[in-house]
Design a protein around this ligand. Structure first.
Ligand SMILES: Cc1ncc(COP(=O)(O)O)c(C=O)c1O
Length: 410
């Protein structure tokens, strides 16, 4: 059978209010500011390149036990129902997995969502309402801010990890919801969780902690930072993207079984988007067992983090904003950050450029995301690259370097 060559009609013209925004992207930002280069596009990579742009912290991708579980589930997927999670019956594979993941995290129950984004938007939307203040750390993930918008609630920001500022804001706006990341995704800093719990309890606020970057990598058997600090029963809700250390595609919320029933008929992402598929559940089922037993990989990740942070600090990079496996090299303005990313690439080191809206406008950075599988030679190559490029990248002029100098003077 032959097909006629398709005739592609020109797409319908877009109105000015869209083309003006597109011009801001293509002309003002890409062409004029960045010299025609896209901040996130890289050339085909050479063999032996070191990728520090992915979130598979414990190197689960391709693990035979997990792949095998997924393939077996696909083989039995005939007749699988594609529908909203609202229709899932008690005892379904998803509900069983939710209980298993909840047990892993030391919670009564939990809810799987299609992504970390959907988990956060859905949760904040079901908790907050118009007029309710939601206190967000300025660096809290965008999905949490989106949840506040979706709820029509009042977003109240506080300075990153600044508990005094949070308390001032609480005095002004009253009881509501406090929302933080356990481990922040741009610079690897950690939230002061004990203080946050105490403030939430004193002020009568609920507390949500996003554990996307600490679940699997931190805490007993990978149960996260809240569990590591024995705060499971004092944090109202924990959320996580399972697209990090669990290397799949889903999100999770810890909660009580009583809350779960309410959530499933109130959360718009839960109601209006379909549930996970059987092979996705099978991956996570196997991943929980794998991650729980992966103390050696967690220890390797910690050791790599310590080594790189020490070495980069000694080279004059200001990595003092964070302590964990996400390391930010922060030139500040976008053109400088793009130049840094490309210099590193010349040495075979591929980080991810983070810029607005993921960072404030003039605080763009290259994020180096470590994983447990890096070996000593690769770590040495990363340090060597960072050493070699200091002059060309103009490290001395970076805003983060100037902040470091200021700190040294006080
Ligand atoms: C802290 C945090 N929360 C939530 C998300 C959203 O997760 P997902 O990619 O599963 O939608 C991310 C991912 O970037 C994240 O870093």
């Amino acid at each position: 059978m032959t097909y006629a060559i398709a005739h592609h009609p020109l797409p319908a013209t877009l109105p000015d209010f869209v083309t003006q925004r597109m011009d801001l992207h293509y002309i003002t930002r890409i062409q004029q500011l960045l010299g025609g280069e896209h901040p996130h596009a890289w050339q085909p990579t050479p063999a032996g390149a070191i990728f520090l742009a992915g979130n598979d912290y414990l190197c689960l991708a391709g693990e035979p036990a997990l792949v095998g579980a997924q393939i077996a589930a696909l083989r039995h997927s005939a007749g699988e129902l594609l529908m909203s999670a609202v229709y899932l019956q008690e005892g379904s594979a998803q509900h069983r997995l939710e209980r298993k993941l909840a047990r892993f995290m030391g919670a009564e129950d939990g809810i799987l969502a299609q992504s970390g984004w959907a988990a956060n938007v859905g949760l904040v939307q079901t908790l907050a309402a118009p007029g309710i203040p939601v206190y967000l750390d300025m660096q809290a993930h965008a999905s949490l801010w989106e949840g506040v918008q979706s709820a029509g609630a009042l977003p109240v920001s506080f300075l990153h990890n600044d508990m005094e500022h949070l308390q001032k804001q609480l005095l002004r706006h009253g009881r509501g919801l406090i929302v933080v990341d356990a481990l922040y995704s741009t610079n690897g800093s950690v939230a002061p969780l004990v203080e946050l719990v105490e403030i939430a309890e004193r002020s009568g606020c609920m507390l949500i902690v996003d554990e996307s970057h600490s679940l699997g990598t931190h805490g007993p058997r990978g149960a996260g930072l809240v569990a590591a600090l024995g705060l499971n029963e004092r944090v109202h809700f924990r959320t996580a993207s399972l697209a990090k250390a669990f290397a799949g595609r889903a999100g999770f919320i810890t909660c009580s079984s009583h809350f779960k029933g309410y959530f499933l008929s109130e959360s718009r992402p839960a109601i209006f988007s379909s549930c996970l598929l059987g092979h996705e559940l099978a991956w996570f089922d196997a991943a929980i067992d794998f991650v729980a037993a992966a103390d050696d990989r967690r220890a390797a990740l910690r050791a790599h983090t310590r080594l790189l942070r020490e070495e980069l600090g000694a080279l004059g990079y200001n990595v003092s904003d964070g302590t964990e496996q996400i390391i930010a090299l922060e030139p500040g303005p976008e053109p400088k950050t793009l130049a840094l990313r490309k210099l590193l690439e010349k040495h075979g080191v591929y980080g991810a450029m983070f810029c607005a809206p993921a960072t404030p406008k003039n605080r763009s950075l290259v994020r180096l995301t470590l994983n447990s599988g890096l070996d000593a030679a690769q770590l040495a190559r990363i340090v060597h690259a960072c050493d070699e490029i200091r002059g060309q990248a103009d490290l001395e002029s970076w805003s983060s370097t100037r902040r470091l100098r200021k700190l040294a003077l006080v």
